[in-house]
Design a protein. Sequence first.
Length: 243
Amino acid sequence: MSDDKPAGPEKSVEQPAVEQSPENVPEAFGEPGLEVRAVGERQGMFGVQGSGDTSGYGGLVAPVVLPGAAQRPYGGWFDTVADALDPLIEQVVIHRGEITFHIHRDNLLAAARKLRDDPDLRFELLSGVSGVHYPGDAGRELHAVYHLMSFTWNRRVRVETAAPDGDPHVPSLVPIYPAADWHERETWDMFGIQFDGHPALTRILMPDDWPGHPQRKDYPLGGIPVEYKGASVPPPDQRRSYN
């Protein structure tokens, strides 16, 4: 038997992924001309506190930044939607070719009706409601993000509103988009955002008597011991430190 290795290609296969899919390239935050807004600082790889950091990046410190406001003209149909919502908009963010309209919670219902009913917009479907918690975004710590689609015009937009930790109330969109029902329940369950006017705002994932809202950044890791093949794995906040 010969020990010779089979001959391989003279050079590696070219993979022009950046050229073919530039939208997948990480944004270069901090470059001149790109506006960003800092909303906090993350320590470690995952921002974990109160437990050992097993990533090996416990000393990493990075700013938490959001894309800044876009300037007109936005281009194409983005301007059509922005013109219709103009009096209700706080700011418009365009990031990775997708548009997000930031709307004050007092104007949320009016904006939703406009998006659904205006013949030039016709966003008939609300496909989801997401929650985000930015503890460093003072006065706007809790964000609710709505994902809308127009079948008529084949367009997608996001609408984002915010509420402070001390007053986590946002009007429910169930009367306008009934599909928001379970999505708002999940966002309440995980983040504690109160959707005023929801027909039955109860937990949907956690037990009814569960304390707190598990996807908030200030929620303790906690947990319960897990038994596996005779061994017991302690909760994350009771494991030994790796630092």
